[in-house]
Design a protein around this ligand. Structure first.
Ligand SMILES: *[C@@H]1O[C@H](CO)[C@@H](O)[C@H](O)[C@H]1NC(C)=O
Ligand SMILES: *[C@@H]1O[C@H](CO)[C@@H](O)[C@H](O)[C@H]1NC(C)=O
Ligand SMILES: *[C@@H]1O[C@H](CO)[C@@H](O)[C@H](O)[C@H]1NC(C)=O
Ligand SMILES: *[C@@H]1O[C@H](CO)[C@@H](O)[C@H](O)[C@H]1NC(C)=O
Ligand SMILES: *[C@@H]1O[C@H](CO)[C@@H](O)[C@H](O)[C@H]1NC(C)=O
Ligand SMILES: *[C@@H]1O[C@H](CO)[C@@H](O)[C@H](O)[C@H]1NC(C)=O
Length: 358
């Protein structure tokens, strides 16, 4: 095993600041394992197109002890770089298992951090066992994540597959994600996210939120999620907000999905609270509006296949349901839908029957 931080940074500085017009390429060779301490690849760069080709295997320091004295905020980070192309068929192993039974406040952050990067691509890589989120996209515009595989045990806490925050124009496609938390989660100040052709499970499904925790003004819009196959997840498509939040979530489409033994295939929870019954009824709420659920089928392992649990103060509006056929994973059992302050229309087949109010 080779310890590789200085060499990485040297290669980065050269690639980043080459003035040659052609692409700069950094290659991490195949059939080798590199132990990498926390490292940040920073821009701005003179090169307009940098390819980071990961063919080998990158592993994080493998126990909390080894992390002592190292920057805990991230493991691998790209900051302020445009035109990045991170590719290769290598593996990125966050060695997170030593952290999972500790309080998450003390965890080092994420496996791969894409911070303030524009017009960049991440593809073909295999991520595993991050201490927390595997891929974080934050403050970035024009990110294309394609054909990645992300794996961590179902029991590993907070190991989201991909989390997007304060970003615009993010595409995620053709990927397989199974972890102990959300396959993909969408955070605040995010718009124009297109997610398609994803296999999700195990894990907590695809989630918008949780949002509004600190009572802030939430702004999430134009999210399109399609062609997702969920297997054994706790949720399918979920929107969750805290009652103390303000602002809005609007222009959301979920379509062409199949649920295989999912606990809550379709769920909106506007009364999200991390401690059961600890959050009091508030006069505020994040307005959830213009949400389409179209062409979804499959099985629920709970009776409550559709649960639209909206705020008493700020109801959900403009919800449209069309071509939905959910049944129980157990033969002979029924599924139902439940609505609370949820307004909109149902068209065509909707099974279990829609409970939306006009
Ligand atoms: C590249 O050059 C820019 C502009 O001269 C400078 O700000 C930046 O720190 C350099 N980056 C690296 C990684 O050497
Ligand atoms: C950057 O380089 C990659 C790989 O050579 C190429 O596919 C891509 O089109 C280039 N992007 C730009 C903006 O030149
Ligand atoms: C990325 O794009 C945004 C919006 O166009 C811009 O404000 C920001 O400065 C860009 N970042 C970089 C690193 O170029
Ligand atoms: C966490 O797991 C590690 C390795 O399995 C073990 O050595 C450690 O004692 C555990 N810590 C806690 C707080 O349970
Ligand atoms: C409905 O979704 C399934 C995927 O679950 C897809 O195969 C099918 O083509 C979609 N049907 C329509 C009419 O778009
Ligand atoms: C809706 O949310 C309220 C407040 O958290 C909770 O008490 C109730 O059980 C939820 N209803 C359903 C059907 O989940």
């Amino acid at each position: 095993m080779v310890l590789l931080v200085m060499a990485f940074l040297k290669a980065w500085n050269a690639a980043c600041n080459t003035t040659a017009s052609e692409t700069s390429i950094i290659i991490i060779p195949s059939k080798q394992t590199f132990l990498v301490n926390p490292i940040a690849f920073r821009g701005p760069c003179k090169a307009t197109n940098i390819t980071f080709l990961i063919q080998g295997r990158l592993v994080a320091p493998n126990s909390p002890k080894v992390w002592k004295g190292l920057d805990p905020s991230q493991w691998l980070a790209f900051r302020g770089v445009c035109g990045l192309n991170i590719a290769g068929n290598g593996k990125i192993d966050g060695k997170g298992s030593g952290w999972w039974n500790q309080s998450c406040r003390d965890h080092p952050g994420l496996a791969l951090n894409i911070l303030s990067c524009n017009e960049s691509i991440l593809r073909n890589l295999h991520f595993t066992n991050s201490p927390q989120t595997h891929i974080l996209v934050i403050g970035s515009y024009g990110i294309n994540i394609k054909n990645v595989r992300i794996e961590a045990p179902e029991t590993s806490p907070n190991t989201d597959g991909i989390h997007i925050h304060a970003s615009r124009n993010v595409m995620i496609s053709d990927s397989i994600i199974g972890t102990g938390d959300d396959c993909v989660s969408i955070g605040d100040y995010t718009s124009k996210v297109y997610i398609s052709s994803i296999k999700c499970g195990p894990g907590h499904g695809i989630s918008i939120g949780s949002l509004g925790r600190g009572g802030n003004f939430v702004k999430v819009e134009n999210i399109h999620v399609s062609k997702v196959y969920f297997k054994g997840t706790t949720n399918g498509v979920r929107i969750k907000t805290w009652q103390v939040g303000k602002g809005y979530i609007q222009g959301i489409t979920f379509e062409d999905m199949y649920f295989n033994s999912v606990q809550n295939p379709i769920i909106i929870d506007q009364n999200y609270c991390n401690v059961r019954d600890a959050c009091k009824e508030q006069k505020t709420g994040v307005h959830v509006t213009d949400v389409v659920y179209n062409n979804m089928s499959g099985t629920s392992i709970t009776a409550l296949a559709i649960n639209l649990n909206c705020s008493q103060s700020v109801a959900c509006t403009g919800i449209l349901m069309k071509s939905i056929e959910l049944r129980s994973a157990q033969t002979g059992h029924k599924v139902i839908s439940s609505c609370r302050n949820a307004h909109g229309f149902a068209f065509g087949v909707v099974q279990p029957d829609s409970c939306l109010e006009i």
